[in-house]
Ligand binder design. Structure first.
Ligand code: MG
Length: 380
């Protein structure tokens, strides 16, 4: 078996760190070629010592000024994109947690590399461009997001035309059992206390608002060529079933595993191989699994997401950009929790949807939505 040469973008984040451990653990299968981070120099230095990549990139120009290394160093967003298109790399794992991942995704695909994608914001902003670019350059987008990985795994060996629908499961996030009357006064700590997954701050807030699920609907539509109507969201608090697919004959296949991102990362990097691991589910301890309808009244972001996914065109781009700005403001204690759906909705209403936007239009719309959101946030 040929060793896969890998570049990890966003190496200092939650997924990036796990990916480096996996690559290190299987030296006969993977070789780490390059890593890139935005500004966490301290963690980056540790990673260079431990994992010894040949090439390194730092996105933040200011942070790069105080950084000395004997490795080949690239700086800035262009620097990260250069790592995404290095000659001797087979898979680019992209775990950058903002929409800025888009340029790296496109750089990697244009140079014919498979992209193991943990970022959903880029697909929400420009899914059509990403999928077209992948097709044109004969490259694959390999999902890392646990729900998408589940759908991908369930589809193996099946004809996609026989698919009736998919069930996208949601743990429900930190607010699943919190009454609507409490939402106006929620603290950041409450919102960030996710019961099942340990993740970065932005995605944890998105899980609390269920915007994460909204983005995953859009993600699934692009990755698997699905219509909005084919995707059903199912709250499943145990988060053991990571998603399910239903075929035309009514047969349903689910993927189950413990909540550990190592598995989807390993699957994306090793595909189509599977590796030994100690993970297993104790069904007797688990006892039962539960399912529930998502509450669209309490979680308006999901409602807005349904609208964006159904409408398509440039609306998902607006939803995504506005959410990123609003969540950032919430994390900086500038706005209350309920302002997040409020401003996103207002920005969506102000936007005139374009049906088939090209990349330039999407960048323009993304920028417009960020400015509009910022303006509205100032009123809080
Ligand atoms: Mg997910």
């Amino acid at each position: 078996m040929r060793v896969k040469r890998i570049a990890v973008l966003g190496s200092t984040g939650t997924i990036g760190k796990k990916a480096l451990e996996i690559i290190y653990q299987y030296p006969d299968r993977f070789k780490l070629k390059a890593i890139a981070c935005w500004s966490n120099i301290r963690e980056l230095e540790k990673q260079i010592r431990r994992f010894d990549p040949k090439i390194v990139a730092v996105g933040d120009v200011q942070a790069a000024k105080n950084f000395k290394t004997k490795k080949k160093l690239f700086i800035g967003q262009d620097g990260i994109d250069s790592i995404a298109s290095l000659g001797d790399v087979d898979i680019v794992l992209i775990a950058i947690n903002t929409t800025s991942a888009l340029s790296s995704v496109l750089a990697a695909l244009k140079s014919g590399k498979d992209v193991a994608l943990a970022n959903k914001e880029a697909l929400a902003m420009a899914g059509s461009v990403i999928m077209q670019t992948a097709k044109k350059h004969n490259a694959q987008v390999l999902p890392i997001d646990s729900e998408q990985s589940a759908i991908w795994q369930c589809l193996q060996g099946h004809d996609k035309s026989l698919l009736r629908r998919v069930y996208l499961t949601a743990s429900g996030g930190s607010l699943y059992r919190v009454a609507a009357s409490r939402f106006a006064n929620l603290t950041k700590k409450e919102v960030l206390a996710h019961p099942r997954w340990k993740m970065g701050a932005k995605i944890t807030v998105d899980s609390a608002t269920l915007m994460n699920k909204a983005l995953e609907i859009i993600e699934a539509m692009w990755l698997f060529g699905l219509n909005f109507e084919q995707i059903k969201v199912l709250v499943h608090p145990e988060a053991i079933i990571h998603s399910m697919v239903e075929f035309v004959d009514g047969s349903i296949i689910a993927q189950l595993a413990v909540t550990d991102m190592r598995l989807p990362i390993q699957y994306a990097l090793g595909y189509p191989q599977r590796f030994n691991s100690k993970q297993n589910i104790d069904f007797l301890k688990l006892g039962s699994l539960h399912f529930d309808k998502p509450d669209l009244k309490r979680f308006q972001c999901l409602m807005l997401g349904y609208e964006a996914a159904k409408t398509g065109g440039s609306l998902p781009c607006v939803l995504n950009a506005s959410d990123e700005v609003a969540v950032n403001a919430f994390l900086k204690d500038k706005i209350p929790f309920l302002a997040i759906p409020e401003v996103i909705e207002k920005v969506m209403r102000k936007h005139k949807v374009i049906k088939n936007p090209d990349l330039d239009s999407l960048y323009r719309i993304d920028n417009w939505a960020r400015i509009k959101t910022q303006e509205l946030l100032c009123r809080f």
